[in-house]
Write a protein that binds this ligand. Structure first.
Ligand SMILES: NC(=O)c1ccc[n+]([C@@H]2O[C@H](COP(=O)([O-])OP(=O)(O)OC[C@H]3O[C@@H](n4cnc5c(N)ncnc54)[C@H](OP(=O)(O)O)[C@@H]3O)[C@@H](O)[C@H]2O)c1
Length: 331
């Protein structure tokens, strides 16, 4: 089968940074589905995993943690899906990624493809939806049915992949007052279109009132010292971006501010007993999309799945100003 992979970890403009390859098609066992991949999306996790380092792989490293496709085969322990079902999922970072024609994924972290979406539109959603949903509704305890309606949230990085779905969850489900950060006319317009009540420019010093909740979808280190000013007493911060160096927790103590960390791959990496919560979550959001409550965050379909188009996506993400989600479709 075709796959896009790498042996060496190189700058994206190097001719060998991502390669068109032929590899063996895997076989589904246990809880695994073998999925014929129709469309993929690209996330910063791909560029971070590909980032230059002194390591040479003996077998190709295949990246890619967002896919939509059709189940070709199901392992003997599968109960949720069967061959022929259309699915979408993010997968597991400790297994080979989905930048290949046929991909193995544990069905407990897979959801049905929303019936109203194309494969490309569906591929845009799983990783960012799992991240935003788990952060807001599970880690931070924000009420997903309006228990905190009217409270305020600041979303740092509103127009990016995670911000684009978080704005929708905050507005449509939690019914919060949403302030999203965006620095350019296009990203400001996109945030407002998704439902943000107002925007602030993160390229300037933030001059804003205190918020009940702050979601950090950009460099946590860069915002850390501002958090005491940005969050109300007893408020909550949620971050998905790991700090590069130690931070001083004590600056949050006077206001009793809680910090919640989200790792979208925690459940699959540690095979937690509640791992199938990601299946349930993707099924629930598929229903919300089919009902017209949430919409796909796809903004650019870069064409067929090959090394050249994947490199374009990596380059755009490394620039740091992507709006919504980038998708590749077909082989
Ligand atoms: N822990 C997890 O499970 C998890 C899951 C998903 C993602 N992540 C991480 O979360 C981060 C965001 O992911 P993503 O997919 O949303 O990225 P993305 O789509 O590449 O984000 C791009 C957005 O970032 C905004 N931005 C640029 N500089 C900013 C700044 N100084 N402050 C706030 N926003 C800024 C840009 O807005 P403008 O163009 O308007 O400047 C742009 O719209 C990445 O570091 C990613 O690795 C972690």
């Amino acid at each position: 089968m075709k796959a896009i992979g790498l042996y060496k970890y190189l700058p994206i403009d190097h001719p060998e940074s991502l390669l068109d390859l032929e590899v063996d098609t895997p076989v589904a066992t246990g809880h695994d589905l073998l999925v014929e991949v129709k469309a993929i999306s690209v996330n910063p996790v791909d560029t971070k995993r590909r980032a230059p380092k002194d390591l040479v792989e003996t077998t190709p490293k295949v990246l890619g943690w967002d896919a939509a496709g059709v189940v070709k085969a199901a392992g003997p322990n599968c109960v949720f899906f069967k061959p022929g079902d259309a699915v979408s999922y993010a997968g597991s970072v400790i297994r080979p990624g989905a930048n290949c024609q046929f991909h193995l994924v544990d069905e407990r972290i897979v959801g049905r493809k929303p019936a109203t979406l194309s494969f490309a539109e569906a591929a845009a959603l799983p990783l960012t939806t799992l991240t935003a949903w788990e952060l807001m509704f599970e880690r931070m305890g924000i009420g997903k049915a309006g228990a905190h309606a009217g409270k305020s949230v600041l979303i740092l990085g509103g127009a990016g992949g995670v911000g684009s779905i978080a704005i929708q969850l905050a507005k449509k489900l939690a019914r919060l007052k949403v302030t999203a950060s965006a620095s350019r006319p296009e990203s400001i317009a996109w945030c407002k279109d998704l439902g943000a009540d107002e925007t602030v420019d993160h390229s300037q010093p933030l001059n804003v009132p205190e918020f009940d909740f702050v979601l950090c979808f950009s460099a946590t280190d860069a915002y850390w010292n501002q958090f005491p000013k940005l969050v109300k007493p007893q408020g909550r911060i949620g971050t998905i971006v790991r700090t590069a160096k130690p931070v001083d927790l004590s600056i949050l103590h006077d206001k009793s501010i809680a910090v919640c960390l989200e790792g979208m791959f925690t459940r699959s990496t540690f095979q937690t007993p509640d791992m199938a919560a990601q299946h349930a979550l993707l099924e629930e959001t598929a229903g919300l999309i089919e009902a017209g409550v949430l919409k796909s965050t796809l903004t650019a379909n870069l064409g067929k799945i090959d090394a050249a188009n994947l490199k374009r996506a990596h380059r755009m993400l490394e620039d740091g100003h992507v709006i919504g989600k980038l998708v590749l479709e077909g082989w």
